[in-house]
Design a protein around this ligand. Structure first.
Ligand code: PMP
Length: 359
């Protein structure tokens, strides 16, 4: 029998793919492992999707997604030429890595950050240089800025960071932009709507700034797969070139209609994101009472550790009680748990389960 792996290209054999949080089908699961937003999308989203489903599914969607790009541009005070959309921000990030970072110099990314960045770098053969974080897992911005001022292939930073949840003030992003002017600085703002400071206002002044956001978190549309990037038009053009060399139609008709409806509902957006932040603060206090140490969070999750209990053991004890949280078995963060903010009821069930486990 031939070796089945001989069918693989040499590139595939060496890949180390990203492993997303599990999506199990367990009844009455308290699912706090993938930073989904428990409140669901704005009420008109479903109506808009149903209307789109009953009209025109036999035809391809607009390859340029102009209606959606215009809606995003209008929401953020930009022009549609400054907006790129993709099938989730993960796809936007992948295209950005391909478009901007295949440089001779290494790409700078924080040592503790969204682990997909390293996967994209590997996929596209981009050399990375990990930048130190301090004891509180905060990005060491001064050190990174000094490094960026010498030859670097660009910077990727999540703000607020994942999986720590901690945000950087805008002046730190500014500092990195001032240090790295020759290459692109990508700021991934997947969680920015939960208390972070957005770098969108800096786009006008910085021709090398790319800001990436998603509708998966603060708009509660993880299942629809819509993400976007904002930048000056020359960077958007590069992303369009990559996208048009990969998939002409990443945004389907339903996704476009749902996303536009979500962006139109400011009241739902404001209400649900404030609810998430409020629940987060309450949960942090309850977890502190149980002895957990908690990193300051400006996101829809908490990154916590217990000085007396092993994180992996806690995650599996919670799982046995049908409560899912995320544990990363990675250097420096193996004693942490990442807990997504659920409804008040779900967070209550989490606290009950933890109280039970900790005795
Ligand atoms: N960036 C960060 C920092 C994330 O945590 C995630 C969610 N896993 C994403 C991007 C991707 O989100 P999506 O593809 O759903 O837009």
């Amino acid at each position: 029998m031939s070796n089945v792996n001989s069918f693989w290209s040499p590139r595939v054999a060496v890949l180390e793919p990203y492993v997303p949080g599990e999506q199990p089908r367990i009844a009455k699961l308290v699912k706090l492992n993938t930073n989904e937003n428990p409140f669901g999308p704005a009420p008109h989203v479903l109506e808009a999707i149903m209307a789109a489903a009953s009209d025109g599914l036999e035809r391809y969607p607009d390859p340029d997604s102009m209606a959606l790009r215009e809606a995003i541009a209008a929401r953020y005070g930009l022009d549609s030429s400054q907006v790129f959309v993709g099938n989730g921000s993960d796809e936007v990030l992948a295209h950005a890595f391909f478009a901007f970072f295949q440089q001779a110099e290494p790409l700078l990314i924080p040592d503790v950050t969204y682990s997909f960045y390293r996967v994209y770098a590997q996929l596209y053969g981009i050399a990375c240089e990990l930048q130190p974080v301090d004891a509180g897992l905060r990005i060491d911005v001064p050190t990174m800025a000094v490094r960026a001022a010498t030859d670097c292939g660009g910077i990727v930073i999540a703000n607020p960071n994942a999986p720590t949840g901690t945000g950087l003030p805008l002046r730190d992003i500014q500092r990195l932009l001032e240090a790295c002017t020759r290459r692109v600085v990508l700021v991934d703002e997947a969680y920015v709507d939960f208390g972070g400071e957005s770098a969108l206002p800096l786009i006008e002044r910085h021709p090398n700034l790319l800001v990436v956001q998603t509708l998966s978190k603060s708009r509660s549309l993880a299942g629809l797969r819509v993400g976007f990037a904002c930048a000056q038009p020359h960077l958007i053009d590069a992303l369009q070139r990559v996208k048009n060399s990969f998939n002409s139609y990443p945004i389907d008709r339903l996704a476009s209609a749902g996303a536009i409806a979500a962006l139109a509902d400011e009241a739902w957006f404001a209400h649900t994101r404030h609810e998430v932040m409020d629940i987060r603060e309450g949960l942090a206090l309850q977890l502190e009472d149980l002895g957990f140490e908690i990193l300051p969070s400006q996101s829809n999750f908490l990154f916590v550790r217990h000085p007396a209990h092993d994180a992996m053991a806690l995650a599996s004890a919670l799982r046995a009680r049908a409560v899912l949280v995320r544990h990363f078995d990675e250097p420096r963060i193996t004693q942490y748990l990442r807990i997504s903010i659920g409804t008040r009821e779900q967070c209550g069930l989490l606290v009950d389960a933890l109280s039970d486990i900790l005795g």
